[in-house]
Design a protein around this ligand. Structure first.
Ligand SMILES: Nc1ncnc2c1ncn2[C@@H]1O[C@H](COP(=O)(O)OP(=O)(O)OP(=O)(O)O)[C@@H](O)[C@H]1O
Length: 329
């Protein structure tokens, strides 16, 4: 996909070391090992990775909240570590644990934050959109995780930023609030904001992302649109699941087609894996028809981002094992 819109964030070779770590013999730990990432205006860029992959650290280095050990970061054209107050006012940030003052009430807090900007969004409008009025009189400390999350999102957006960082924006949200937040993110994208968000939820990435970068052990291991990432999986096995009478000799059904792996577990639940084509489907249904067997279900599995993600995570874990084995040999 052509990435349209000006780049709002350009990261090259980002390295971040932490430590010294006492538990590791006083050694430094490399948390980011050369991250390259670009985010553009008018797009949602999703940084996807398992717990501990380095997502939050990448965001914090991108915002200048952590000093990097190496590499370059340009946020709206400036180095965030030495950025002007003017740059900061153009960046919205929603951190993972909110960072909200516990004794404040949501609307008073938002009015206060709005007062720091030259041209803030109307507080009432944002509060209405994010459903904050339901708990306007409650102090932040008494709000649920999802309610705090919505207040934190409002605070990140109130200054009409050009770029917004959202760390796990859907964490703790019920399905309805999640939809509200996702719709808002989609609107912000249409308005030309650059949105960079982290998640470990594949569903979030599939629903929101214009561009996905998969982070694993401090490195970007794959990136592209969701379609492109799924495209990389089309050459790998696809799965057919069938529920029918127990004990069928399905190998016979596929005798004239390309090779497949067939498993039956539990009885009557079959999975057929392989490079499946319409010829496999035709062979199976012909074989069933000839025996008068009507399956109770027959489903062709589509690839999901989960397949891609799990494949990458597995390959990376194997690589790490091999490298540890080499070091200890
Ligand atoms: N100051 C620090 N001292 C020691 N280890 C650290 C420090 N900061 C980060 N780490 C480690 O760096 C790794 C990356 O952390 P980070 O919070 O960026 O991951 P993440 O992908 O955001 O994970 P999560 O999804 O759990 O938030 C983790 O293993 C974390 O424990």
């Amino acid at each position: 996909m052509l990435r349209t819109g000006d780049p709002c964030l350009e990261i090259e070779g980002l390295i971040h070391d932490v430590g010294p770590i006492a538990a590791e013999g006083g050694r430094m730990k490399r948390v980011l090992a050369g991250v390259d990432l670009a985010a553009h205006r008018g797009q949602v860029t999703v940084l996807l990775g398992v717990n501990g992959a380095g997502k939050t650290t990448t965001l914090e280095c991108a915002q200048g909240l952590r000093r990097r050990t190496g590499g370059t970061v340009r946020l709206l054209g400036q180095d965030p570590q030495t950025a002007s107050a003017e740059l900061r006012s153009r960046v919205g940030v929603m951190l993972q644990d909110g960072g909200l003052p516990p004794s404040a009430r949501p609307l008073a807090l938002l009015r206060h934050v709005a007062g720091m900007y030259r041209d803030p969004l109307p507080v009432a409008e944002l509060a209405e959109r994010l459903g904050l009025n339901e708990f306007a009189g409650t102090t932040i400390r008494r709000l649920s995780g999802g309610q705090k999350q919505r207040v934190a999102l409002a605070a990140a957006l109130i200054g009409r930023p050009d770029v917004v960082f959202l760390d796990e924006p859907s964490a703790g949200l019920d399905p309805q609030s999640r939809q509200v937040v996702f719709d808002l993110i989609a609107d912000l994208r249409t308005q030309g904001l650059g949105i960079i968000l982290t998640t470990h939820l594949l569903d979030d990435a599939e629903r929101l992302a214009d561009w996905v970068a998969i982070l694993d052990r401090g490195r970007i291991v794959a990136e592209g649109t969701v379609a492109e990432l799924l495209g990389t999986a089309t050459t790998t096995a696809r799965r057919l699941t069938l529920r029918a009478t127990a004990g069928l000799d399905l190998a016979e059904a596929f005798a004239g087609t390309g090779p497949v792996d067939i498993a039956e577990a539990p009885a009557g639940h079959y999975t057929i894996d392989g490079e499946l084509t319409t010829a496999h489907l035709a062979a199976l249904t012909r074989w069933l028809d000839a025996r008068g067997i009507m399956p109770s279900s027959l489903e062709l599995g589509r690839h999901s981002l989960e397949d891609v993600f799990l494949g990458i995570a597995e390959a990376s874990a194997e690589e790490e094992l091999a490298s540890t084995a080499r070091k200890t040999a």
